[in-house]
Write a protein that binds this ligand. Sequence first.
Ligand SMILES: O=C(O)CCC(=O)C(=O)O
Length: 251
Amino acid sequence: MLSTSVSYAPPLHTPMSHSRDFQLTGYANVPSIFTTGDIAEMQENVSRYLTDIAPGLTPPLAIPAPQKSEEAPTQFIFLGRMDLHDVFFEKLRLDPRLHALAKDLLGTEVEAQHVQMLNIVPGICRATPPHQDAPIFSIEPNHAVTFWIPLSDVDVESGCLHYVPGSHWNGYLQHADSGTRRLVEDEKFKTKGVAMPVEKGGLVAHHCFTIHYSSENRSGENRWALAIHFFPVGTRSFDEDEWIRRQKISA
Ligand SMILES: O=C(O)CCC(=O)C(=O)O
């Protein structure tokens, strides 16, 4: 029998702390949800998709990067609705680990909507500017989570996401000058974000009102990340103009 009592500090990231972080800050950093084998399989299937499927698709389902020269091979910066075009990505959309996490974060039964791929090609693509996902989704209730799953370790140097803590509390923010309703004022928010490096196998999750952006990719390698969106069961979707009309816009 032990003569001294030992107290153990709770682990830094329990599922409880993910949902608490998400509610308080509008995001959560979830390490090691996938195994090394899972990520290798995702990488193989993304390569196959890029070779066999993407060249037969047109924007917005596959968006090529601007070509540096006519001879340069096509590089894609965005692949949309991969779950509709390939059974591997349809299975990923239904992954029970992701569903359990999304249900916990949103506090309700969920449906996964889209599997997308986002690439920042170094030297060609700009960093992703600050924005909220809500106007892109155009849904009610405005309660959704994006899982962002990089296929390699990402840090500030290679274009990780940055989140503005607590920004989800303010609802929809329109940027008067941007010419697009999807962006919020760049400079103001770029100093407020917290960098979210992710190690391969982990993901970051953000609420649809959380302001987020990426850093530039200076790594010399493509920065591939999958994004999957989860909405509460029964969510209604609107035309974007109609959705905008329905919002109360925060200053
Ligand atoms: O991959 C990126 O740089 C941006 C991703 C993003 O904005 C999103 O998934 O909501």
